[in-house]
Design a protein around this ligand. Structure first.
Ligand code: SF4
Ligand code: MG
Length: 333
């Protein structure tokens, strides 16, 4: 399988008056061509920061990619200047955000906004641009595209606006789409339609998708693989099957138990406690304070990555072969 993106040991920090926030602390993951990777976790875990880093949209200062590589089709994006990045954003990699209203300009017609990106980056005639805009409107399921291109954002419903945002993101035929909570602002029925649309688009275009979400229901619908983030790190990664049927990290297990499921009747079980402060995160596992299985070694030494299968990896001492010896050594000190 062709690997379109590989993120290696990514660190992102933010300087504040209170000190340096270590928002992303050594993140590794990859994305194959044509697949959907969901990055999940609670708010503040670093998932949006990670996706903004890929787009090189971390405001510097106060933010900074302090270490790591972002290899996109053979190029390390962390090394590129702003001019080069501008030619990649919206063309090779597109991003869509939660709120479709802020992403659209209320004073311009949908047609103008759709064609803008295309004409900025490609030499196309007005006629070609219009045809492409109509093609995109069809792809995202907006009826009467020719008429509707002349309308303004406020003339569309929330769900339709998000479809338009998706059309704008796709018009230059990017190979990677990053969607940050793309359905959070929408009601449940519309959410389902938009998720279905992602599937259709992927089938039609072969695009690779990174989906950032806190909603495991969304993940269950469209992800191929899942990366679970906690306190700035990816603590477990695997196929959808690995994560939903064989979660191994206590945090992942907690997340899955805290979701209401259609097939299981029962109470929501919230995970007790709050994530650690990222000004001075613990040296070891950041979940220690909330983990029912925490051992002495856990907050002292970070657990390495344990490879459970070819697809499934977890950072937890419970899975580490050396754990017993190390636990014995710490206890005897
Ligand atoms: Fe719990 Fe220790 Fe595993 Fe962290 S490393 S999740 S504290 S058992
Ligand atoms: Mg976010």
């Amino acid at each position: 399988m062709e690997r379109i993106l590989e993120v290696e040991n990514l660190h992102v920090t933010f300087s504040t008056y209170g000190g340096t926030v270590k928002a992303v602390r050594g993140v590794n993951f990859y994305l194959n061509k044509g697949e959907t990777l969901a990055i999940v976790g609670e708010s503040g875990c670093g998932k949006s920061v990670t996706s903004n880093a890929i787009m090189r949209l971390i405001p510097d200062p106060p933010g900074k990619i302090s270490m790591g590589k972002i290899n996109f089709k053979g190029k390390d994006l962390t090394k590129l200047g702003e001019k080069k990045m501008r030619s990649i954003r919206g063309v090779d990699i597109s991003m869509i955000f939660q709120d479709p209203m802020t992403a659209l300009n209320p004073t311009l017609t949908i047609g103008t906004q759709l064609m803008e990106g295309l004409r900025d980056h490609h030499q196309v005639s007005a006629h070609e641009a219009k045809n492409k805009a109509i093609e995109m409107m069809n792809l995202v399921g907006i009826p009467n595209p020719e008429e509707r291109l002349k309308q303004y954002p406020h003339q569309f419903s929330g769900g339709m606006r998000q479809r338009i945002v998706i059309a704008i993101a796709l018009i230059c035929e990017p190979e990677l789409l990053i969607a940050d909570e793309p359905t959070t602002a929408l009601d449940v029925t519309i959410q389902a339609q938009i998720l279905e649309l992602f599937g259709k688009i992927q089938e039609a275009t072969g695009i690779s998708i990174i989906l950032i979400t806190h909603d495991l229901g969304v993940v269950a619908k469209i992800a191929d693989r899942i990366a679970v983030m906690y306190a700035g790190r990816i603590i477990e990664t695997g196929t959808k099957r690995d994560i939903f049927y064989h979660p191994e990290h206590p945090y992942t297990k907690g997340l899955l138990q805290s979701v209401p499921r259609l097939d299981i009747k029962g109470e929501l079980i919230p995970i007790n406690g709050t994530p650690p402060d990222l000004f001075s995160p613990p040296k070891g596992c950041a979940f220690t304070a909330r983990c029912p299985f925490a051992m002495e070694v856990c907050d002292k030494v970070y657990p390495g990555e344990s490879k459970l299968t070819d697809t499934h990896k977890v950072d937890c001492w419970l899975q580490d072969e050396r754990a017993k010896q190390l636990i014995a050594a710490t206890v005897s000190k």
